[in-house]
Design a protein around this ligand. Structure first.
Ligand code: SAH
Length: 392
């Protein structure tokens, strides 16, 4: 079904951006079904792209292809093969059996996330289009990977904007919800049912490895530790001590389990349940200090609307962290807020050091792992920013 765009509104498509907002649409003859495939035409009726239709979302159409080709099972096979080939060429599967195979818009498959945990694929469908093709996509995934099990985690809040219900459970094969994965020779227990995102923060893989390299002989404070991705790596890297802080008792239990799973010196590991904002103040008042502090908080600003509040929160924890760092100590600080870009994040961290009264240098810029690529025509795919700072 053809959809005509308003005059001039073809520009973003000519730059190969994969979204069309409702305001760009001139007219729709007959409302297409949710998720069905539509042709986007310029005002003078030139074919621009083939897309999925989202009647409930402000992002009314998402591009499957800019070519005049059918969108069918073979189309998804071609796209999926290309994503799998990229991961292999990047050597990611050599380092881990848990990786992102398909990262939505960045892999030219809007709304579709597929992660692999051992022999289980976890599928997250976020849009009407990926939902429409879900069963076909599941078939192709099994055919192309040779795996048998798919667990579905289509329970992200953004589905509401698409008018889709929350769905979680086994989509194909047997019901496996818990399994160990191995990353850079370290094991982690993953719960596919209740774990954050699809089970684990796969995007931090390279940064966990970096923390492992830098942690030797240091007293490490891992804030917002979740199930211990950074803590386990710091211990494995020879940290003198690791204090893992999180507000979730369940996460801390898993953090301890993950340390034990790797035969790491658990006498050097302590977990502490609490609010990081409060605990950092308490540590300051007690004049405690550390050689390495990791700050990996949850998304404070999912969109630009919450930027000011988020900036204050980042400033607060980073300022306190700088105060708790011994001279020569390392701050590894992250923001996964889409609404806070890298330049703003660096400005916030600069302000934090200034107000903490310490000199610090950025020695490294960190980002999301290679299996979370960013399509150049879709910069919105960038979200994770990290800085490694050394206190003077
Ligand atoms: N660093 C982790 C991911 C962090 S996710 C990893 O690499 O795996 C964010 C974590 O912050 C969650 O575990 C959540 O329970 C915790 N959290 C959120 N707000 C918090 C707060 N105010 N104080 C302490 N922990 C908090």
């Amino acid at each position: 079904m053809p959809i005509l765009l308003k005059p001039g509104r073809e520009k973003s498509l000519l730059r190969r951006h994969p979204w069309i907002f409702s305001g760009a649409i001139q007219n729709v003859d007959e409302e297409p079904a949710s998720g069905s495939t539509v042709d986007l035409l310029s005002f003078n009726k030139h074919f621009l792209a083939r897309a999925s239709y989202s009647p409930h979302s402000q992002i009314r159409a998402r591009i499957w292809t800019f070519d005049d080709e059918p969108v069918d099972k073979e189309f998804f096979r071609k796209r999926i093969r290309s994503s799998l080939a990229t991961r292999h060429s990047l050597l990611v599967p050599q380092h881990t059996d848990a990786l992102r195979l398909i990262y939505a818009e960045s892999d030219n498959l809007p709304g579709l996330i597929v992660d692999r945990y051992g022999d289980v694929l976890v599928l997250q469908s976020l849009t009407a289009g990926s939902e429409f093709w879900k069963e076909t996509i599941a078939d192709v995934l099994l055919e192309e990977t040779g795996l048998k099990n798919i667990y579905e985690r289509s329970d992200a809040d953004v589905r509401e904007l698409e008018g889709l219900p929350s769905i979680a459970g086994t989509l194909r094969g047997s019901s496996i919800t818990q399994l160990p994965i191995t990353e850079h020779n370290l094991k982690f227990n993953i719960n596919l049912q209740s774990g954050h995102k699809t089970g684990f923060y796969l995007d931090q893989r390279a940064n966990r490895q970096r923390v492992r390299e830098l942690a030797k002989d240091r007293d490490v404070l891992d804030c917002f530790c979740y199930t211990g991705g950074f803590s386990v790596n710091a211990l494995s890297g020879g940290a003198m001590s690791v204090l893992s802080v999180d507000s979730s008792a369940d996460a801390l239990e898993l953090c301890k389990e993950n340390a034990a799973l790797n035969d790491l010196p658990t006498d050097r590991h302590t977990t502490l349940e609490g609010d990081v904002f409060h605990l950092l103040r308490k540590f300051r008042d007690e004049a405690r200090s550390f050689d390495m502090i990791i700050l990996d908080p949850p998304k404070f600003a999912p969109t630009s609307a919450q930027v000011d509040k988020a900036a204050r929160a980042y400033k607060d924890i980073n300022l306190l962290a700088f105060k708790l760092l011994r001279p020569g100590g390392i701050l590894v600080t992250f923001s996964c807020s889409g609404g806070v870009d890298a330049a703003l994040f660096q400005k916030i961290i600069a302000g934090s050091a200034l107000d903490a009264g310490v000199d610090a240098q950025i020695v490294e810029h960190l980002s999301q792992a290679a299996d979370h690529p960013v399509l150049l025509s879709f910069p919105e795919g960038t979200y994770l920013k990290g800085l490694v700072c050394v206190r003077g």
